[in-house]
Design a binder for this molecule. Sequence first.
Ligand SMILES: NC(=O)c1ccc[n+]([C@@H]2O[C@H](COP(=O)([O-])OP(=O)(O)OC[C@H]3O[C@@H](n4cnc5c(N)ncnc54)[C@H](OP(=O)(O)O)[C@@H]3O)[C@@H](O)[C@H]2O)c1
Length: 252
Amino acid sequence: MTAANHPQWAQSDTDLTGRSIAVIGGAGGVGEGVVQSLLHFGATVVAAGRSSANLEGLATRSGAPTLNTEVLDALAPDLDETATRLAAKYGVFDGVIVAVASWGDQGQKPVLSLSDDEWDQLLAANITAVFRLYRAFIPHVAPGGVLIQLNGMSAEIPFPGNAGVALSAAAGKSLTRTLAAELQDAGPRVYEVILGVIRTRSRQLAGIDDPGWIPARDIGVHVAELIGGNSPLAGIDLHYVVDPVQGPRSRP
Ligand SMILES: NC(=O)c1ccc[n+]([C@@H]2O[C@H](COP(=O)([O-])OP(=O)(O)OC[C@H]3O[C@@H](n4cnc5c(N)ncnc54)[C@H](OP(=O)(O)O)[C@@H]3O)[C@@H](O)[C@H]2O)c1
């Protein structure tokens, strides 16, 4: 990313030099764009996820010496110990970004067709995982630091055929905003950022693309401005990025 292809809404003074930021789901579609933008603005980034192959691919494509990768499963019993180990290795985090998602193995199904196991797995992967990441990582975020959940519009609107993902998204919005209220004035800033359709590398590789969608790196620009504190929305806990031209807004 160069200054020339920053979105027109971007601030001109974003600088994350010296900041340490963990991106959980950093090798995912949205996560990769966020990682690349944070690196561009000078941060040291720890990208984490379950697949070492995906993390290695990210590191190879990036080539940045300030990118570190760590295998981590949000549902593993030892998640708290892993977060403590990473904080000891990289120092207290100035930002933790949660960009995890899982569609499960069941494909699209009407909600009443979900089996008990499918229901349990979708909720575990999409909301229990988020709760466990917050509980594990918040103690390792600097008091002036930031925790951000990247979420989707299924937090707001019906999503036929994908009830488990959608209700987890709605629950994630509630969870994140409740944490933001609980930590107000007494801990890291907490943000819920709800996204429209994103142009990701994985979608483009699958031949699915639309120039009207939002580049994943633009989400990273907003995340960088929240961590840097120069976003006009830094004082508001709930943001929407649904239009590539308008950029971040406090309303959908
Ligand atoms: N793509 C879009 O257009 C779009 C639109 C709106 C909102 N969003 C939101 O953006 C966020 C990320 O979505 P995405 O499209 O980037 O999804 P994605 O491409 O499937 O990436 C999800 C990432 O989460 C990681 N992950 C999943 N479960 C994990 C676990 N238990 N522990 C650790 N890492 C885990 C995955 O890595 P491993 O599999 O290696 O663990 C992967 O890197 C989601 O909240 C989604 O709702 C995306």
